[in-house]
Design a protein around this ligand. Structure first.
Ligand code: NAD
Length: 473
């Protein structure tokens, strides 16, 4: 029988919490070889559930099997493989140099797990955004309570089975539920909370974490701009932008949220985008098996209102705009020159609507971007080295691709994350491991310390030594 999504009761949550509390220290003492075994087992179980994951995500929001493979299973498997390859090195204590004044001592960094951790995930990549940080937490030697999003209930049921098959509850457990359950978890004392979701909820998480002074990683969102300058090769770049925007029906934290295109390229860009959308999803995307639905009625209504208001406020639809409320369907939609204070330019869109704004002077691009919160991602499409340098040096963002969209998240050698409103802390690969790790400083004094020559009572000789230290060391 297929299991159903059931909110985890408070008593079960407390039971799991106390099991993990009495177990986290022994998990923390595990060697690299033991953690590697756990990760290998996890990988095996995920791959066994590939079909169930594909079916569940189709049920949840019609995610095509190919995208489950490419954007959910593959990123987690590659995160595991990367950790398997590097874990021994990551865990190894690292010797560091010491200043001359500390002669007679040696220093190193010891990588200790933070301990009990909580991972709260959103619905847009329900498995990737729950399991990728989990890989880091396991690699670092933590126990973990996992709170996936209630909006992808079919996927949650499968993920719960995967976790139950791969781990004991006293080490890793899935907690089912929505805001109330999340709120309950946030009253508990964790050493680290890894949250992925909206900036507004990130503030709630950070406030809750402050009660216990838990450390946090906040992977948040916001408006990620795409800049297309006068030198860009429109034909070459449009497939990359259309893919980056409309995959997952635009429900991606790093999707191009809006485009700023040089006025000389605007017409060619819009026409190419229309042709590309039709190439990907046909004349009527509602019939395409490769085009997703918006996750819920709540998000469908939010997007509908944004679009309606923007059209009233002066924006113009160049393509798309059709909707089907019964299915939470919104066609890939291009909106030209919406007013800067319209809904689609004020709020993170997180859906298949792309505002396109034309510009003449590149200074205007900088002004518009820097007037908003710091973005999670910023994309520059250009063939001019000078322009690329200008756009990067005059803005900030969690991450940037030049002449590409979204894919920086896939390089495990790069830190992934935002800056301030778009996030705090970094994840993936070694950066993810460090997020769940306490880098403990250790200094071993082997010979008498120079400090001993400068202890009270002070006299003229000791003052001379202090003066020399300030001057020369
Ligand atoms: P959300 O913040 O509404 O929900 C995320 C999680 O928080 C869910 O598990 C939910 O149950 C829980 N939650 C919601 N409200 C809560 C509250 N008041 N108190 C405690 N917990 C609460 O986000 P979402 O709608 O699932 O996802 C969309 C947002 O996530 C967008 O802003 C997007 O940019 C962001 N996002 C960021 C990344 C990233 O890696 N930076 C990735 C995906 C999504």
């Amino acid at each position: 029988m297929v299991a159903e999504f059931n909110e985890t009761s408070i008593s079960v949550i407390e039971d799991i919490y106390f099991q993990q509390k009495s177990h986290y220290q022994s998990v923390g003492k595990t060697k690299a070889s033991e953690r590697i075994q756990k990760l290998k087992k996890f990988q095996g179980v995920i791959l066994r559930y590939r079909k169930e994951l594909q079916d569940a995500m189709w049920e949840d929001y019609r995610k095509p099997a190919a995208e489950v493979d490419l954007t959910e299973i593959y990123p987690v498997i590659s995160e595991i493989k990367f950790a398997l390859k590097h874990l021994k090195k990551w865990m190894k204590p690292k010797r560091v140099a010491r200043p001359l004044t500390m002669v007679g001592s040696s220093s190193w960094i010891r990588y200790e797990p933070k301990g009990m951790s909580l991972i709260i995930a959103p619905w847009n990549y329900p498995m990737q955004l729950l399991f990728a940080p989990l890989v880091s937490a396991i690699a670092a030697g933590n126990t973990v309570m996992l709170k996936p999003s209630e909006f992808t209930s079919h996927t949650v049921v499968v993920m719960k089975r995967i976790i139950a098959e791969a781990f004991e509850e006293k080490e890793i457990a899935v907690i089912e539920g929505g805001v109330e359950v999340s709120t309950t978890l946030l009253t508990m004392k964790f050493s680290h909370i890894f949250f992925t979701g909206a900036p507004e909820i990130g503030k709630i998480v950070m406030a809750a974490a402050s009660k216990h002074l838990s450390s946090v990683t906040l992977e948040l969102g916001g408006k990620s701009p795409t800049i297309i300058d006068e030198t860009a090769d429109v034909k070459a770049i449009v497939p990359r932008i259309a893919w980056g925007k409309f995959i997952n029906a635009g429900q991606i934290c790093i999707a191009p949220d809006y485009v700023m295109v040089h006025e000389s390229k605007k017409e060619a860009f819009v026409q190419s985008m229309i042709a590309q959308i039709i190439k990907h999803y046909g004349e009527d995307a509602i019939n395409s098996p490769d085009y997703l639905r918006v996750i819920s009625t709540k998000h469908f209504s939010r997007l509908k209102v944004y679009l309606e208001n923007t059209l009233e406020q002066g924006g113009e639809v160049a393509y798309g705009g059709r909707m089907n409320e019964a299915e939470n369907y919104i066609e890939p939609t291009l909106v030209i020159d919406p007013p800067l204070d319209s809904d689609v330019m004020k709020h993170e869109i997180f859906g298949p609507i792309l505002p396109i704004i034309s510009y003449k002077d590149k200074e205007d691009v900088i002004e518009l971007i820097n007037a908003k919160e710091k973005p999670l991602a910023l994309y520059v499409y250009s063939r001019s080295k000078k322009n690329i340098k200008y756009f990067i040096e005059n803005t900030t963002a969690g991450g940037t691709c030049i002449n590409m969209s979204n894919v920086h998240v896939g390089n495990p050698n790069l830190p992934f994350g935002g800056v301030n409103n778009s996030g705090i802390g970094k994840s993936r690969g070694h950066y993810g491991f460090l997020e769940f790790t306490n880098e403990r400083s250790v200094l071993h004094q082997k010979l008498p310390s120079a400090v001993q020559f400068m202890t009270p009572p002070y006299n003229e000789f000791k003052q001379k030594l202090i003066d020399l230290t300030i001057k020369y060391f």
